[in-house]
Ligand binder design. Structure first.
Ligand code: ADP
Length: 329
C-alpha cells in the first residue's frame, strides 16, 4: 500500500439517521479521505451529553449513525470507527489539557456564547470545556490533519494553542499540533429552502428513507418563491431544488432544467419529480448496503468495539508519554 499523507481525525455527535446535509457536508468527504490518509472517525457521545436532555436514544442514535457511515462507504478494515466513551483515556487527557487552558479564552469563544444564548438554563461545566475535549480527541490519536469547514477554523487554531501551551509548559514534543484541512463544504439547505438542513428543524431528507418517503419530502421543497403560477418563468439560481439537481442529476438534464425553468418550459412539480428519481437512483447502492448491514446489528457493534480496541492502543501509548512528560508520580 502506498504511504499515506497523514492521519485524519474527525468526530460527530451521535445524531442517529443521517440526512443529505450530513452526507454532502461530512460523510462524502470521510469516504474520499480514506484513499490518501489513515482515517479515524469517532462518534462523540460524551460531547453529546453537554446538550442532550435525555440519554435514552444515545445507543440507538450511535447505532444508526454507524450504520449510515458504513453503508455510505466508510471501510472499517481501513478506518478506525469507534465511540468516544469506549476509550476513556480521552477524559484523562482532557483533564490534563484543561490545566493549560485559560478559562477566559473558553468563555470568550463565539460558539460558547451561542450555546449560552440557546440554552441559558443549562450552562454546564462540560459546555465550557467542549473545545478542550475536542482537542483531546484529536491529539490523543496523534492526528495531524482535521478536515473542517472554514467556520470551524477558530476551533482548530484553539486546539493548536492548547498543544503549544502543553508542550511548552512540560518541555515536551509529545503532542502534535493538528493542521486544518479546509474542505469546501456546501451549506445544504433544508426543504424550506431557507435554513441549513438539520434534524432539529425537521427540514431534512434522510438517506435511509424509502424512495416513496423521499419523493414525498422532495415534493414539499420550496422553490423560487417568485414563481407562483406554472406559467411564470423561474430563476434556478435561487432555487434549492436546482442546486440539488446540480449535485445529483446528469449534466444534460441540469442544462435542460436551467434553460426550461427560465422560460417556464418545465414546472416545479416535474422538476422535483426528476430530482426525486435521480436522488433515489443515487442512493440505491447505499440503501442496499444498509439493508444488508441491518440484518446483523451485532456486526455494527463488533465494528465499533474493534475500532475502540485499535483506538485504545494508540491512546494508551500517547497517555504513557503524556504522563511521563507531566511527571505524574
Ligand atoms: P456535529 O455537531 O457533531 O457537527 P451535526 O449533526 O450538526 O453534528 O453535523 C455532523 C456533520 O454534518 C458536520 O460535519 C456538519 O458540518 C455536517 N452537516 C450537518 N448539517 C449540514 C448541512 N445542512 N449542510 C452541510 N453540512 C452539514
Amino acid at each position: 500500500m502506498a504511504k499515506k499523507k497523514g492521519r485524519v481525525f474527525s468526530g460527530a455527535r451521535p445524531t442517529g439517521r443521517q440526512h443529505l446535509g450530513n452526507y454532502l457536508g461530512a460523510i462524502k468527504n470521510y469516504v474520499a479521505l480514506q484513499d490518501d490518509y489513515e482515517t479515524i472517525y469517532c462518534i462523540v457521545d460524551i460531547h453529546a451529553l453537554t446538550t442532550v436532555e435525555t440519554t435514552q436514544d444515545l445507543r440507538q442514535n450511535t447505532y444508526e449513525m454507524a450504520l449510515d457511515w458504513l453503508a455510505a462507504g466508510i471501510r472499517p478494515e481501513e478506518s478506525i470507527v469507534f465511540v468516544q466513551s469506549h476509550v476513556p483515556q480521552v477524559t484523562e487527557l482532557h483533564t490534563l489539557l484543561s490545566m493549560v487552558t485559560p478559562l477566559g479564552k473558553l468563555t470568550d469563544l463565539p460558539t460558547f456564547k451561542e450555546k449560552v444564548r440557546q440554552n441559558p438554563k443549562n450552562v454546564n461545566y462540560g459546555l465550557v470545556g467542549y473545545p478542550v475535549l475536542m482537542t483531546a480527541d484529536i491529539v490523543l490519536y496523534k492526528a495531524d490533519t482535521v478536515p473542517v469547514g472554514i467556520d470551524q477554523a477558530p476551533h482548530i487554531e484553539f486546539a493548536r494553542e492548547i498543544v503549544r501551551s502543553f508542550n511548552y509548559r512540560y518541555k515536551t514534543k509529545v503532542l502534535i499540533e493538528p493542521q486544518m484541512k479546509a474542505t469546501k463544504v456546501p451549506k445544504v439547505l433544508g426543504i424550506d429552502g431557507q435554513k441549513k438542513m438539520g434534524k432539529s428543524l425537521d427540514n431534512h431528507i434522510e438517506l435511509a428513507a424509502t424512495p416513496e418517503e423521499t419523493q414525498k419530502r422532495i415534493m414539499q421543497m420550496v422553490t423560487d418563491p417568485q414563481r407562483i403560477k406554472r406559467t411564470d418563468p423561474g430563476d434556478p439560481d435561487v432555487c434549492n431544488v436546482f442546486s440539488m439537481h446540480k449535485i445529483f442529476s446528469p449534466a444534460d438534464e441540469v442544462e435542460m432544467i436551467d434553460t426550461e425553468c427560465r422560460r417556464a418550459g418545465i414546472g416545479c412539480v416535474d422538476c422535483k419529480k426528476r430530482f426525486a428519481a435521480n436522488l433515489n437512483k443515487h442512493l440505491e447502492p447505499f440503501r442496499a448496503k444498509r439493508a444488508e448491514l441491518e440484518e446483523n446489528p451485532d456486526h455494527i457493534w463488533d465494528v465499533l468495539h474493534d475500532g475502540a480496541d485499535r483506538a485504545r492502543k494508540i491512546a494508551e501509548q500517547t497517555m504513557e508519554e503524556v504522563r511521563a512528560a507531566v511527571q505524574l508520580p
